[in-house]
Design a protein around this ligand. Structure first.
Ligand SMILES: C[S@@+](CC[C@H](N)C(=O)[O-])C[C@H]1O[C@@H](n2cnc3c(N)ncnc32)[C@H](O)[C@@H]1O
Length: 211
């Protein structure tokens, strides 16, 4: 299934942004997270076009990006900003404890085997390493309602629904925050959750964990 999903990403690479503005709240979350990271090696899991890599490389850190889509990696290569590798987040093929920190923005939502993805993310962290996952919040009622309306009444606006369109075998899954928290608690020492506003309205939710 993973290769079918990655081929889907290869085909829709054009619709994804290449950069993210320094003032975006997700960049603020990432920079705040990095203040607690000890050690230089940071992996961006599902790095896409590498829009977070320049931020991960700030302060002399070594940024690595990994993605299972060759088309996304090609775009990331053009932009530079980190060492890139092709790998599936559900079976990374990277040695255990290789990284001091791991970032994953809007990537676990695309994993059919979420438990394997979380296990792998934590496995490649050293003991005392930190993880930050930023993903879509299933509690965001306004988003959910808008998505339903777009999908039902306006196929032309479907892409506005902010869920992966119908090109692949697996549509993105918005996260019930407590489910990811519980899974991470089984793998890590400390887990905290944050939202970009009231939890029922925030499109994004972030989990930070200490291994
Ligand atoms: C919505 S994009 C986000 C990209 C990047 N994190 C960003 O915020 O710009 C999702 C990315 O995750 C990658 N991806 C999805 N599932 C993956 C998996 N199982 N292993 C590795 N990469 C994956 C896709 O190829 C795509 O580049």
């Amino acid at each position: 299934m993973s290769s079918a999903i990655s081929r889907g990403f290869d085909h829709c690479v054009a619709i994804y942004p290449e950069t993210i503005a320094p003032e975006d709240f997700r960049v603020a979350w990432v920079r705040d997270f990095l203040t607690r990271v000890e050690g230089p090696r940071v992996l961006d899991l599902g790095c896409g076009k590498g829009r977070f890599l320049p931020y991960l490389g700030e302060g002399g850190r070594r940024a690595f990006g990994c993605d299972f889509s060759e088309a996304f990696l090609a775009a990331a290569r053009v932009r530079g900003g980190g060492r890139l590798l092709r790998s599936d987040g559900q079976a990374l093929g990277i040695r255990s404890g290789a990284f001091d920190a791991l970032l994953g923005v809007e990537v676990i939502e695309h994993m059919p085997d979420l438990a394997a993805g979380l296990r792998e993310a934590v496995r490649v962290l050293k003991p005392g390493g930190r993880l930050l996952l930023v993903d879509k919040n299933a509690l965001a009622v306004a988003d959910k309602l808008r998505n339903r309306l777009y999908e039902r009444f306006s196929p032309a606006l479907r892409s506005m629904a902010r869920v992966t369109p119908d090109w692949g075998p697996f549509r993105e899954r918005w996260m019930l925050p407590w489910k990811v928290t519980a899974a991470l608690k089984g793998l890590c020492r400390e887990v905290s959750v944050r939202y970009a506003g009231p939890r029922w309205l925030s499109t994004f939710v972030a989990w930070e964990a200490l291994k």
